[in-house]
Design a protein around this ligand. Structure first.
Ligand code: ACO
Length: 369
């Protein structure tokens, strides 16, 4: 059965950090950042917001568009490199907060390619018949892993989340093909050196600022300008489609120059490459679902369009998915009654979670006694 995107949603924090704001924090300028990257501003999570809380907001919107109840969700995959905890997975926190009481949940760590990795894994699990639907979410709180004194990295990233709901539907089209790639020899091109089993957290690692994103920018750039066109061509070949037939490419939003160079190599107009980088910066695994959601909301994706989502990132990894968008696009937002019904379900999810925690505490006390 073909697998379709039937719901989509995004969430970005309210706080905006402009290039001018950054120029008061480190030795940089709006002119340098815009000319080298295309970024003008980015969103930064508040102290209360986390990767899981932003993922929940995006997932709720995707469920509302799809008209599915949280309890009907069968699988939740969260792509992130900034999880709430090393373990449990962020997906489990999302499952609990959504009240998705029948869902399996796990995280995918594939850097900025994580969302497309998740899309590929979920669509193949649905196609196998094991699951009827899946929420795939990309969510990142990059602001918590950036060294705000390092001008080479802190100007590039932002926070946010995007989600899609995949469902098996007896309609032609949907996710036609996907491809995934990896090259671990480039693991140190873009990484966080400390905090894992190789270099556990210690006062020395903290003093040496090893818990922040470290990047060889030029190497990432060289890798990306090949990875994006190669992955796009490869997935289109698998899908039996041609580059000329593509209506929209939704690439990982890292750098406008990478997008422009990719358009040139692919021989397509840069207008076919969706970009919202100037407003959000690089939100890592969240960038593609945020861009996809925005493109749909702006009416740039229409029925029967052929789109390609293509990511690259730490690992090194790259991934692409070709999608023929054949499902209905809702023309208006959900009604007030439907919104109220969803709010009741979210309240119930929070009540259910508190009750289960209470029951667990009572049981622990009773067994001890
Ligand atoms: N403001 C002002 N000057 C700066 C800044 C800054 N924020 N950052 C670096 N510079 C300086 C450097 O110190 C250097 O100065 P020097 O010549 O005196 O030594 C000069 O600018 C040039 O630095 P380069 O690193 O050579 O600049 P480059 O043109 O390569 O641009 C950039 C850097 C934007 C990072 C580019 O290499 C790039 O976009 N790379 C890809 C990055 C990327 O996409 N990363 C994420 C992908 S994967 C993921 O999302 C997890």
């Amino acid at each position: 059965m073909p697998v379709h995107i039937v719901g989509w949603g995004k969430y970005v924090p309210e706080r905006i950090l402009t290039n001018d704001d950054l120029s008061r924090m480190v030795d940089t300028s709006d002119e340098w950042i815009v000319s080298r990257t295309g970024i003008r501003e980015r969103r930064v999570a508040s102290a209360e917001e986390t990767t899981a809380s932003m993922a929940v907001q995006a997932a709720r919107r995707a469920l509302e568009v799809a008209g599915l109840r949280p309890a009907q969700v069968e699988l939740i995959i969260v792509a992130t490199m900034t999880p709430d905890y090393v373990f449990p997975s962020t997906a489990c926190l999302v499952q609990d907060a959504l009240g998705a009481s029948h869902a399996a949940a796990f995280d995918i760590g594939a850097g900025c390619s994580g969302f497309v990795y998740g899309l590929s894994v979920a669509s193949n699990m649905i196609r196998s018949g094991a699951y009827a639907n899946a929420l795939v979410i990309g969510s990142e709180t990059m602001s918590r892993v950036l060294d705000w004194t390092d001008r080479e990295t802190c100007v590039l990233f932002g926070d946010g989340a995007g989600a899609v709901l995949l469902q098996a539907k007896d309609i032609e089209g949907g996710v036609l093909a996907s491809m995934l790639g990896a090259d671990g020899s480039g693991s140190e091109v873009l990484f966080i050196p400390a905090g894992g089993s190789r270099l556990p957290t210690s006062s020395e690692t903290v003093a040496e600022r090893l818990h922040y994103v470290t990047m060889k920018g030029r190497e990432v750039y060289r890798f990306a300008v090949h990875a994006v066109p190669d992955a796009t061509r490869s997935v289109l070949e698998r899908a039996g489609q041609d580059v000329a037939d593509v209506d929209m490419i939704i690439p990982h939003q890292a750098n406008q120059r990478i997008m422009d160079a990719s358009a040139k190599v692919l021989g397509i107009s840069v207008d076919k490459i969706y970009s919202n980088l100037s407003a959000y910066g690089n939100t890592s695994a969240a960038s593609i679902p945020i861009a996809l959601c925005e493109a749909v909301e702006r009416g740039l994706i229409q029925r029967d369009h052929l789109i390609v989502c293509v990511g690259f990132g730490g690992g090194l990894t790259w991934a692409a998915a070709a999608i023929r968008w054949t499902v209905r696009l809702p023309s208006e937002p959900i009604s007030g009654w439907e919104a109220l019904w969803y709010r009741v379900q979210y309240r119930y999810a929070s009540f259910r979670s508190s009750m289960r925690r209470l029951l667990r505490a009572i049981l622990a006390w009773w067994i001890k006694e």
